[in-house]
Design a binder for this molecule. Sequence first.
Ligand code: 9MG
Length: 280
Amino acid sequence: MPIGERTLIMGILNVTPDSFSDGGQFVSLDAAIAHAEQMISEGADIIDVGGESTRPGGEPVSVEEEIKRVVPVIEALARRTEVPISVDTTKSEVARVALEAGAAIVNDISALRFDFYVADAVARAGAGLVLMHSRGTPATMHRLPPVADIMHEVTHSLRASIKMAERRGVKRESIVIDPGIGFGKSQEQNLELLAKLDQLIAAFPGYPLLIGASRKSFIGRLLADETGAPAPAQDRLYGTLATITTAVLHGAHIVRVHDVKAAVETIRVAEAIRENPRPI
Ligand code: 9MG
């Protein structure tokens, strides 16, 4: 993939009945394929297929159920498109079957904490691996007390995950890191991570960085109405575009988004500003 030449876009395809911002919309195979094709036509570079909700409070699903949700979608997409498909899973059995079905990347929101055999499946397939920082599990992360120093926590934890991945045979150039915006972080810590992305990138030379802030709750809280009620997920697009601009200006390599067309346009403008030969 042309990592570093331009900011790549990972389009989100949730095939879950309960995802936080588009739950249930793309559960049928036809609807999922149509949505993926729409995102590809708008400029998605990767399609991320997830069969288990990772929203705060989300309940786990069985290996069998997750495979039943993601594999038919991955098989159908792999037949139709050259665009790389990633599978959003923390389970080695799901990763293995998804890679056989045509996925090229595993997006692990536990960064191997839940099941380090994910790394073996990735290494065997010569696939890519996204290591995302998180704390606890999706069911518990919103109840955890915040850590004192989030930059230290994310850096330390991702270093351990990278070491584990490489020890189990994943090539250094196949790994992407991700600070996991919204996963076991306080409101201030989500903002701090975004504001200090350049420091995070500098701490991991040679590892591309992915940011996923699309429609997340911290944006809803920033855009709360006069009663204090957070903005609903469908009203978080402009807030999301601010996070994409920030990510591009700080040098992120990949953004994970729901709204591909809006992200493409935002990235074009932000990159032009970043590449301006005459900075003010
Ligand atoms: C599955 N998923 C939900 N949020 C995510 C994020 O921020 N990054 C990655 N890599 N995956 C995510």
